[in-house]
Design a protein around this ligand. Structure first.
Ligand code: IPE
Ligand code: IPE
Ligand code: MG
Length: 248
């Protein structure tokens, strides 16, 4: 029997896949452990997913790792997550380099503790010449924050004469988002059986295909990514048109 990977149409691989990695806390509870145990195990899922994404030729993989709202979690969990981030970057940089992965971030990075920001920047610099998968970590990210920032910057540029208000259109607006250089995701995956977007890429997912799975993030592996991509490949993306127009 063919594996899901073998069944994939290599001419129809989404360029950009975004993932809301959810369910670490519930995974930990299921294993009778503290929440952080789930976050620690989530790193293995990230490793496998990044490897799988590179394997099938996905160009952009955006992972929602920490939201603006997540700052409101208990301090010990936030601290543990920040510590884990530093540790994961230290441990994974070699493997990312080997796999030709470039790293980027979206989000309010200024809010991160200085040691975390420094580690991230160091890793981004080390990997900047790579030409394979672009791995984008959404950290201290929320869509409402991003859109508000974009508006603030547009207003400033109108005030200082860099642009005129008549120039404002969808394309210009997109240039002010933190995803300016990144195509919109064709596929958005959320794990853990929650059916919501939680303030993630609201503008960019206007026409994304959504895929929800019951799997908790620490159980997610590259095969689950292939499954999602296979599902995506069997959908009809109409973009407001009717079926017949797509094949004419
Ligand atoms: C996702 O898992 C990781 C982050 C949001 C940082 P959760 O920590 O939200 O796990 P659940 O949803 O409580 O199970
Ligand atoms: C969304 O997960 C954010 C990340 C995966 C980083 P949450 O667990 O924070 O989302 P809600 O609060 O359940 O919507
Ligand atoms: Mg959650």
């Amino acid at each position: 029997m063919k594996s899901v990977k073998e069944k994939l149409n290599i001419n129809k691989i989404p360029r950009h896949v975004a993932i809301i990695m959810d369910g670490n806390g519930r995974w930990a509870a299921k294993h009778g452990s503290e929440r952080i145990f789930g976050h620690e195990h989530g790193v293995e899922s990230v490793r496998s997913t990044v490897e799988g994404a590179g394997d099938i030729g996905i160009k952009y993989l955006t992972l929602y790792a920490f939201s603006t709202e997540n700052w409101e979690r208990p301090k010990n969990e936030v601290d543990a997550l920040m510590g884990l981030l530093v540790q994961a970057i230290e441990n994974e940089t070699g493997e990312l380099m080997k796999n030709n992965v470039r790293l980027g971030t979206i989000g309010d990075i200024k809010k991160l503790p200085p040691d975390v920001a420094a580690k991230l920047n160091e890793c981004i610099r080390l990997l900047e010449k790579n030409t394979g998968l672009n791995l984008i970590l959404a950290l201290s990210y929320s869509s409402k924050w991003e859109i508000t920032e974009a508006i603030r910057n547009i207003v400033n540029d109108v005030k200082n004469g860099k642009i005129q208000s008549k120039d404002i259109d969808e394309k210009l607006f997109e240039g002010y988002l933190s995803t300016a250089q990144i195509p919109d995701p064709e596929l958005l995956i959320r794990t853990s059986g929650e059916f919501r977007i939680s303030n993630f890429l609201l503008w960019q997912i206007a026409y994304s295909e959504l895929y929800f799975t019951e799997k908790l993030w620490p159980d997610f592996r590259k095969e689950d990514l292939f499954e999602a991509v296979y599902d995506f490949q069997n959908r009809e993306r109409r973009f407001g048109k009717i079926s017949e127009q797509l094949f004419s």
